[in-house]
Design a protein around this ligand. Sequence first.
Ligand SMILES: Cc1cc2nc3c(=O)[nH]c(=O)nc-3n(C[C@H](O)[C@H](O)[C@H](O)COP(=O)(O)OP(=O)(O)OC[C@H]3O[C@@H](n4cnc5c(N)ncnc54)[C@H](O)[C@@H]3O)c2cc1C
Length: 480
Amino acid sequence: MLRTGAEHLESLRDGRAVYIGRERVENVIEHPAFRGAAQALAKLFDLKADPANADLSFEEEGERYGFYYLKPKSREDLRFRMNGHRRFAEATLGMFGRSPDHVASFVTGMTSMPEMFDANRAGFGANIQGYYDYLRKNDLYATYAVLPPQGMRNPALYIQQNRPVPSLRVVRETDGGVVISGMKMLATGAAVANEMWIGNIQPLAPGSEAEAITCAIPVNAPGLSLWSRRPITTPSAIEGPLTWRYEETDAMVLCDEVKVPWERVFVHNDTNLSRDIYYKTPGHSFSNHQSCVRTWVKIGFLVGLASRITQATGADKIPAVLETLGRLASLEATIGHVVMGQVEAAENWPNGFMGCSRRGVYAAINWMYENYSPIVDTVRELCGGGAFQMPADRSILEDPEMKETFETYWHSPQLDALSRMDLFRLAWDITSSDFAGRHLQYERAYLGAHFVVRHHGYREAPWEKFHAMVDDVLAEAREG
Ligand SMILES: Cc1cc2nc3c(=O)[nH]c(=O)nc-3n(C[C@H](O)[C@H](O)[C@H](O)COP(=O)(O)OP(=O)(O)OC[C@H]3O[C@@H](n4cnc5c(N)ncnc54)[C@H](O)[C@@H]3O)c2cc1C
């Protein structure tokens, strides 16, 4: 089944407990903090459901499913998935990190190795397959919270202080399932999603078995509440075009005696496996390939914006500025080709699955961690003081005299006054607004701290091959 945008919006009217400070949000679809994200998601659902966009879904046994549920068996399948990620990212300018194709992708990847889950407890393999079936059949949007709260990496310290450990854990087992309580960070998009995946993407300290729970619950599960960070809003779409449409939202997840039925439990009491399911299946590379495609699209947007800014200021005729634009375009080509290479250098997985090159995925993410801020800084530099020359808002247009003054003095040989103002507002929104700040943070943290990303690169590198070149040349030299 492919849901429409309207159906997705309707599904969010389910009594979910979302808080902004002490305000409980009655209706996320209409609240200014979440409306933009809800509408952007509705657009993605409509795009996918449109019969004209057959490349965004596939047919299996008479049913159509979203592209991100395709279990890839060939490079052609991976190309199909990449095309879908690209089209979703283009529809949101790469601003949606956790679009519906992110979590669903790692669930799809995990279904390739049910035996890994069964090794934890018989039947957990069927659970992961059952959850995949449930998500795709109902075309649900799943988000996730897979980290203990910051500072909670060593629970022993809390216990020594005689305080309850805040990190989410199993507090009880029942015949029907497990009961979980505690807090998890940081669920992007959860306020406007249907499902919440709870897990552990970082190693757990020995003795943290109760925390080693991987499960899924509906966002409106009794006892689950989302505490939103400070929302980022703008008075109108034109004052903050990206903030208005793509404020993805982030929230801490709090569970108070939430009941999870056994069929939604995937890992229990195994500290190593709760992490391994991401890395020892193609799960992590599937979901992070989506992140890489999104990155590529976002960098393309920034390059386009940089060029438009220089056209507006007339700097586009200056050779040094052309060189800067050429450098930006080369960076965009670099990331684009690394992303395409992830498919071309695809890897075989057990049970006939294929996955993207993990080295390519982690290299692209490391690239983004290192290059996003400098690229944004270049756009900022090209703006000069442009944004600061603009009047506070469009109210000047309501006063005929002020409007005339504005149109007379603010226009440039390249552009009329209002078009300049709109362009610089857009540039401000991605370089300097609260929205921009959140994105700078996101692009430095979404896969973990930087050392975590580099560690993935280290783990996947073919050290034997690299070492052999050094050893061989030394051996030859010794032989003379
Ligand atoms: C905007 C945003 C959206 C996010 N969305 C999601 C989401 O959808 N789902 C989800 O589960 N998580 C999400 N996250 C969480 C994200 O994965 C974590 O922020 C990330 O893993 C880093 O963990 P931390 O914030 O606890 O930082 P910490 O682990 O506390 O690290 C902070 C910094 O301390 C230093 N540091 C810490 N430990 C070491 C060490 N051992 N060696 C060297 N330096 C160290 C590094 O400089 C590091 O960057 C999101 C985060 C952000 C900022």
